[in-house]
Ligand binder design. Sequence first.
Ligand code: SF4
Ligand code: SF4
Length: 294
Amino acid sequence: MNCACNPVQNGYRTSQHPCFSFEAKHKYARIHMPVAPRCNINCNYCNRKFDCLHESRPGVTSEILTPESAREKYDFVKDRVENLSVVGIAGPGEALANWNETKSTIELIKKSNPNVIFCLSTNGLMLPDYADQLVELGVRHVTVTVNCLTPEIGKRIYQFVNYQGKRYQGAEGAAILTKNQLAGIERLTRQGVVVKVNIVMIKGINDGHIPEIVKKVKDLSVFITNIMPLIPAKGSAFEYMSQTPMKEVNKMRNICRDELQQMYHCTQCRADAIGLLGEDRSLEFSGLWSRKAI
Ligand code: SF4
Ligand code: SF4
């Protein structure tokens, strides 16, 4: 068995990661460090908000931190939040489009806290370039958002992709993104990294295609998939679409669970979330560290 498929035996303490293990959800806390404001693609459902104190969903944060302030924040929070096992970088933009900040944050925290579980979420565009460096840095848990496998579907989800100094629109951009996501995932799982794939379920666009995505990423030794509802952000291109009902999301998860283990306990966290899943304490700790404009 590939060690990435067995969280008990892999030595990466996957069983203490609340997103990768249901049992860990009630016991272990995580902190997201919002050090990555920029993004290299444009998803139609996205509108990254800064200084939004009352909204809880991916992409929302009250502050942007420098790597140094992230380390200070971690040192402060770790004594106040019980069982803080995970430091994650989940935006509010794309972790790998802010590579220097992402890398420095992990290095700085790791220096004095070698036992932290580091994780990162990414759109995967730059994964083939950074997968090996992530492994070297000690990152053993990575989440990649894969919403489609074909450019025809992708052009309805992504407006553009900025890659190697050029902007690719629609289907052309989506094709590059998908190719890099799959190559990047394979590069990680081959090296034993535990990979979760997030899939945003968008009715009428990719919902019928989700079982195929799950099958494909299973073939790439992905550990778990997390099918999430579309939450159309105000100001995004999908603003006027309906939020995908959880009943339908769970139905899709049930269809896909025969293929691959499904995450049922995702709480759609902010990019600066702190605490157990479902009891976010981000506001308690926000604003104590210097802010940096996006
Ligand atoms: Fe927004 Fe994330 Fe998509 Fe970038 S990858 S546009 S931050 S949802
Ligand atoms: Fe975990 Fe879901 Fe929150 Fe991401 S959004 S940290 S997968 S619970």
